[in-house]
Design a protein around this ligand. Structure first.
Ligand SMILES: NC(=O)c1ccc[n+]([C@@H]2O[C@H](COP(=O)([O-])OP(=O)(O)OC[C@H]3O[C@@H](n4cnc5c(N)ncnc54)[C@H](O)[C@@H]3O)[C@@H](O)[C@H]2O)c1
Length: 292
């Protein structure tokens, strides 16, 4: 008996890195998995059916159920086709793990339009597009009187939440948007039986190995028998738990690294200053420092 027996899961960007680890764990726990991956390079250029297919073969060799999908989730029709593939192949959809991602780092003064647009497209639109088509399916199911107990797990990042990273205006903006969208989704979709949470992971993958200033830390050898705190597999257990039918958690963003899981608090109003009427500019100069 697996904790996800009978559940159908889509995992985007599951051909490599963290998404691959999610796919292997969810399948080992009994979920039928749609392994989506476009197979492009770190910056999202190119396409290769190999990574998605290899993960499917690994899952099937281990006795699990999986099918490959090579759609570009940044495209509306690709996202729709992905959701339809889960339904037509496995008879439904219970879990959506939005994970696909790319990086095109540059400082704001030198970032060009394509670097901005492509990162926003893959992360922010890519999350929304698949979420939209999945939500429409769950809404129809719920309206038809079926019992929906679905789970969405989005992928945010330290960059964009608690650790703003110079050089990642595009990526940070997309990831902050994903964290905010997760909270909206949790509120909107509850009525259809859908929960939504997000993770902000840290792990050794091709993306982090190529990140200036971080690659060396991730590339350090881990002696045999010691806990490999940067292994992508460390990120997947919380995803496996959030995916379960009986998990009650919704609307949360969790930072996950090695054996540590933290819950993140979003923007909150801290100190407040107030006047009885409109502010005078001169008064603001005196009073704003009170806010720290
Ligand atoms: N590795 C980390 O420490 C870290 C930190 C914070 C956030 N993340 C996030 O975790 C997620 C996974 O990243 P990773 O580190 O495993 O990287 P990765 O490059 O190993 O895996 C990402 C996968 O997404 C696929 N992909 C990219 N664009 C796609 C598209 N348009 N359609 C379908 N598939 C597409 C790629 O082909 C790749 O296989 C990303 O959203 C990333 O931003 C990772």
């Amino acid at each position: 008996m697996g904790s996800l027996d009978g559940r159908v899961a889509i995992i985007t960007g599951a051909g490599r890195g963290i998404g691959r680890a999610h796919a292997l764990l969810l399948a080992a726990e009994g979920a039928a998995v749609v392994v989506n991956d476009l197979g492009g390079d770190n910056e999202g250029s190119g396409a290769d059916a190999g990574p998605a297919q290899q993960v499917v073969e690994e899952i099937i060799a281990a006795g699990g159920r999986a099918v490959a999908d090579t759609a570009n989730i940044a495209e509306w029709a690709g996202a729709q086709g992905l959701v339809e593939r889960a339904i037509s192949t496995f008879g439904g959809l219970d879990v959506l793990v939005n994970n696909a991602g790319i990086l095109r780092d540059a400082f704001i003064a030198t970032m060009d339009e394509a670097q901005w647009d492509s990162v926003i497209a893959v992360h922010l639109k890519g999350h929304f597009a698949v979420l939209h088509h999945a939500a429409a399916y769950w809404k129809d199911q719920s309206k038809a009187g079926k019992q929906v107990a679905a789970s969405v797990i989005n992928t945010a990042s330290a960059s964009g939440t608690f650790m703003p990273n110079p050089g990642q205006a595009n990526y940070g903006a997309a990831k902050a948007g994903i964290a905010a969208m997760t909270q909206v989704a949790a509120l909107e979709l509850e009525r259809y039986g859908v929960r939504a949470n997000a993770i902000a992971p840290v792990a050794r993958t091709r993306l982090t190995l190529a990140t200036p200033g971080m690659g060396a830390m991730f590339a350090e050898e881990v002696p045999d028998g010691e806990f490999d705190a940067f292994a992508p597999e460390n990120i997947s257990p919380i995803v496996g738990y959030l995916a379960q039918e009986k998990c009650p958690i919704t609307g949360k963003v969790f930072a996950v690294q090695g054996g540590a899981i933290s819950v993140l608090n979003g923007w909150t109003a801290a100190q407040t200053i107030e006047t009885a009427g409109p502010w005078e500019l001169a008064d603001l100069a005196d009073r704003l420092p009170e806010l720290g």
